[in-house]
Design a protein around this ligand. Sequence first.
Ligand code: ADP
Ligand code: MG
Length: 322
Amino acid sequence: MELSKISCMTKELAEELKKNGIISVESLAIRSLSELQELFKSGYMLEHGEACNFQRAKKALEEAWRLTGFWIMKASEIEAVRGKRLCFSSGSKAVDDMLGGGIFSREVTEFCGEFGAGKTEFLFTILVEALGQNKDISAVFIDTEETFSDVRVSQIAKARGYEPKEILDRTIYIPANDSDFILELIDRLHITIEAKNVKLIFVDSIIAVLRAEFVGRETLWYRQQLLNRILRRLLNLAKVYNVAVVVSNQVVMNPQAQFVYDPIQQKVPTGGTVLGHNANTRLYLRKPAGGGKKRIVHLFDSNWRAEAECTVVITEKGVEDA
Ligand code: ADP
Ligand code: MG
């Protein structure tokens, strides 16, 4: 939506906003009031008297929230104002049913589990199915572990009857192994989302960079704060642009649960409460005893679905029903 859709917008304010990468109603709506205030305080935004001051910017922000459906309204109007949520297949019907249809837009879906549990396989399969079924959309794949494989994505696409090149052409691949870079990147991601009609953002994995950079207890608060900022921004993008955010997450041994016979308590997802509060749907993957290609998928946290479990297999098609 053009910034001119906002009734209190002036030429001066629009120009100042554009200097800060705020190019549309949506890209304004993802900002918080304090972020906007920061722009004025830090001197990024010049005061042009009445035409461009903080009061006017604040009013414009509220209108942007209203226009994108993040303002006070009747609960019965939510879908009409925000538009229909999109739903993408996970590659497995059992998992889709467990999730009430599949992976939804405007949500953060998290796959966690230990090494080899199938997190990346799930991300690749969702990517292939989403782009294979919807020819007009693109996806962003942020790779923090250097585990993205165009070869594997092609293989899954081919096995599922899609043209591999067609899928890779619409996958915007971003290697990211530095937390400052990730923050910068996420700050500008809305430009790519608008230009390429991005409807899915993958992050594999959300915590790898932070865990490598910030070692030890004393840096934990900073790491958690950074993670919170990254997730908040991703969630805002998801909400305003109707995008599905899918992240993978590692697990760590929980020394307090050494004698508890519950795999989720023994090895807990990293990111603690920050991830817990920001992810809408959380799935825990594990290998059953004996290993092989089977994986147990446990939906352990959802804001609208009951806890449940099902089994999938990893094959040349990526993740599919057992
Ligand atoms: P992680 O949770 O660490 O991201 P992955 O998603 O990479 O785990 O899953 C790795 C698993 O996927 C391995 O067990 C591997 O055997 C399986 N896998 C990878 N490629 C194929 C393939 N082409 N055919 C069958 N299984 C595969
Ligand atoms: Mg992986």
